[in-house]
Design a protein around this ligand. Sequence first.
Ligand SMILES: [Zn+2]
Ligand SMILES: [Zn+2]
Length: 601
Amino acid sequence: CPYSSKGEEEGLGMGGCASKPAAAAPGDGASKASTAEQVGGAEGQEKKAVKEPFVVRVMSTEAVGQGVGSFQSRTYSGPLPEWLPKAVSDHEAGLRRLGINSKEVMRMLRDELWGSFKVPMRLITYGEFIFLKSIPRSGSGTTKPISEIPPECTIVLVSFPWIRPGEHPDDDKGTMHSLICSAVEKLAAQRGWDLSTVVLWVDFCCIEQGSEEGRVKGLESMRAFITVADAAIIPSAHVPGESDARYVHLLPGGCGDDGWTRLVAMGMVASGMMRQLEPAELWVAAGEGASFLERYGCLMGELPSEGVLPHPDDKARVRQHEEAFVKGMKAAMQSNGYVASHQGAARCVAITPPGGEFVVSAGDDGVISMVRRDVGSVHRTFVGHVGGVICLAMSRDGKRMASAGMDRTVRVWDVEGGREAMPPITEHSEDNKACTCKHGAGENGDEYVEDEDCPVAGHSDYVRCLCFSPDGSLFASCSDDRSVKVYSVNTGEERGALKGHSRDNPSCSCRFFPSGARQEVDRECPVEGHGDCVTCVSWSASGASVASASRDTTVRVWDYARSGAVKGTLIGHQGEVSSVAWSPVHEDVIVSGGADGTVRL
Ligand SMILES: [Zn+2]
Ligand SMILES: [Zn+2]
């Protein structure tokens, strides 16, 4: 189905499997550059110290308008710059167009920040930090107030338990300093940050250590500092094992027990919620040269409020911060109904059976996000797909999830473990070494003929829809390659395929015209499957049959379990059939919806 443009899809709606995702690379949607551009007058800002620091947030609304709100935001503190009123009014116009209550969002953010910026945030540039070869003291004059940091800078918060509280946080060899540097450089390479624009917030050098009063003010500002950070790195003295869960509070060696470290983790999740962003990046670094560097999660419900804190007063401060974060998160959810965000469109959503505890969503960014429905915190993300995820399905017991999309692979996940339960079911492609099909045929050189004995079980084009069988042992998938397939949930083994009329199906005797052109199905062709992309699948209540909807305007009923043949073709739709569902009790009742705007029973 070579759609030439995204526009062709308009009018088909967002839901279900019908819309073709824009073939954009993940991350295209919201870039820092555009954020900086919107507030481009920032250089003109005066850099005088002010008596009472104020903070204003300016948000750009890239990647919004595709069903999910998503903001890029930056914080400025210092005197009110001249460009600001216009930027705010432009921004508000953007929000109005999108139906978002900007006053609500702005008030929330302002209260959040004004209420907790007890002392201006001071940062150290990475260039200076690495040059010092050791973590400097706050009194060494190496930090700059945030008002002097250009808006395009990436702010990285570094949070770790001190080796000896009250003394220097590092050992004599500077192990912590060198680990921080390695982690920052490795992460910068991975995330595409320009190292010359990275600034760090590290407590020993960025919070006043000399006076008790200064230290307390710094601690009381922690919430604000966390809220403006782009990412957090937690240097850990111990390398987590392969089997360790990837959550901050489970970090080995006591790092995850530290009250401040856990507050940072929680704060990053919460501020992500409040800013309508995917929770900010939380990374754990450990080992020589940060050989271990992984993105970690934070389980809000399981994170106790009181970690290990040397000073008893700090417990109250951590508690206060946590309460404020939770309050802000709840307000953010109530005012915007926001749960998760994707870069690009969110393509498929589900609420997990059996208890409905989590909301699962998949999007064009290739990420599957699992969010706690009560507080809105990200429980975990499932990363593995390359390219947009178009569909996902949960097994009835909630233990398995299947996902698929633009990378043509089908993946089955162990929901509890957060990992893939088996190797992915891969595509037929020239690049797939296991595939024995004949590739390179046709005038475009991209066509192929399927080898009946090819061991590859996957599809050869976008996978559109997935559905578990009622007993949970099998799942069906369908694809733009015109086929419907059935797999075992436990092994991924292909248990059946309803192949369509297509060039790559050796059984098909239809004639095909050069690329893109539609063709009629030949009357003599023995193939029973679809003549165009298959958009949706549904199992019958007994699990004996699978119904599939297609762009070929039909619904086919495949007697999967008994004869393996198509036992009926339902016609009537005047155009693509984009959705199909089988009655949960009646074996002879199917409903379908199509691009013609009709729903047929
Ligand atoms: Zn193959
Ligand atoms: Zn055919």
